[in-house]
Design a protein around this ligand. Structure first.
Ligand code: NAP
Length: 328
């Protein structure tokens, strides 16, 4: 029987969490949908949660994380490379940290012209999310002449890509980070300046603060999102896409009813196909990042564990491209 190697999370006989590379029969993937031989995946915050058995995400054991995958459909290699991000990949279905995934055909997109297979995974869910956030803000009328745009969780995957894309569009971007040692990286991405997150978000009592940002891309949530909402200028907008710093939102209505601030929810997972295709077309075209090498580090699956732990502790920076087809 054919087999494949996957980074598997499982429970041992005492209920403890185990994780690592395991050989599994291909039949574990079932028989429904298309079989994709995975060349590249990526590590997202959600993958880090899944890889450590987050009970809200992992419902059955064993499980293979990896919400992003790119490669070729087995038997359809001539049709060109494909990619899958989100939907149920790496959560309901075994994910891209295995050499193969089997998914509904409706989840599969062709790799757009203008991007290589590995570039689609440097972007991955983070790139799609950053593009959706920026698209939503542009629809609200943000304009480089109207002032600075804030990006929180700046050194993370979504944050890094959002900074590069916004700066390419001519915006003056301010990077909000807890890792001030990464200032050279953030400036190289295109940030105009870097703001230390230390101490920010702690002044929870004031309903509004001095308006500073025409808009923001928030990847952190919690007290940071509540703080950012208080500093958006009249008529501005915040694209909320993350929860790395918390899922609660303790905000008054004042930013909304006194300054007309708009809070835009961003979801990449169930994003409908037409919008998804449009975002990938833009990421391969006018939004194509100018420097993929700067945006990421690359690793094999046997190098995943320390990077997963660093990500969950908020110590990781940049995108992590996972070379699934490479020797382990
Ligand atoms: N809505 C969607 O469809 C969608 C899609 C992708 C991701 N997301 C969410 O967006 C967030 C970012 O994802 P990602 O893949 O870019 O993750 P990531 O690479 O780990 O980046 C998260 C960044 O947030 C900051 N951070 C981490 N822990 C924090 C904490 N406890 N308090 C404050 N800041 C913290 C760090 O940036 P600094 O050190 O620079 O501050 C970190 O680099 C996650 O919550 C993820 O679940 C949502």
């Amino acid at each position: 029987m054919r087999s494949f190697v996957a980074y598997v999370v499982d429970r041992d006989k005492d209920g403890g969490l185990i994780h690592g590379l395991v050989e599994r029969p291909l039949s574990d993937l079932g028989s429904e949908g298309v079989l994709i031989q995975v060349q590249f995946s990526s590590l997202n915050y959600k993958d880090a949660l899944v890889s450590r058995g987050n009970p809200a995400l992992v419902k059955t054991w064993p499980h293979v994380p990896g919400i992003d995958a790119a490669g070729v459909v087995v038997g359809e290699e001539d049709a060109g490379p494909v990619l899958v991000t989100g939907f149920g990949l790496g959560v309901e279905a075994w994910g891209g940290f295995g050499n193969y995934v089997r998914v509904p055909r409706t989840w599969v997109l062709p790799v757009p012209e203008g991007l290589t297979v590995s570039e689609t995974m440097v972007l991955g869910t983070a790139g799609l999310t950053a593009a959706l956030a920026i698209h939503a803000l542009l629809e609200c009328g943000i304009d480089p002449r109207k002032g600075e745009v804030l990006v929180t969780g700046a050194t993370g995957g979504v944050g890094s890509i959002a900074i590069m894309l916004l700066s390419q569009l001519g915006f003056r971007v301010v990077a909000w980070t807890r890792k001030t040692a990464e200032e050279p990286y953030l400036l190289a991405l295109g940030a105009a300046r870097v703001l230390s997150a230390e101490g920010e978000g702690e002044d929870v009592k004031r309903a509004l603060r001095t308006p500073r940002w025409q808009a923001a891309v928030d990847t952190v949530g919690g007290v940071v999102l509540a703080h950012v909402l208080k500093e958006i200028v009249y008529g501005g907008a915040v694209a909320a896409c993350g929860m790395a710093g918390g899922t609660e939102l303790d905000s008054s209505v004042f930013p909304f009813i006194l300054r007309g601030v708009r809070l835009l929810g961003i979801d990449s997972v169930q994003c409908p196909l037409p919008r998804r295709k449009e975002m990938w077309r833009r990421l391969a075209g006018e939004l194509r990042p100018r420097d993929f090498a700067l945006l990421h580090r690359s690793l094999t699956r046997s190098e995943l564990d320390p990077v997963i732990d660093a990500m969950l502790q908020g110590r990781h920076a940049r995108r992590a491209l996972v070379r699934v087809a490479d020797a382990l």
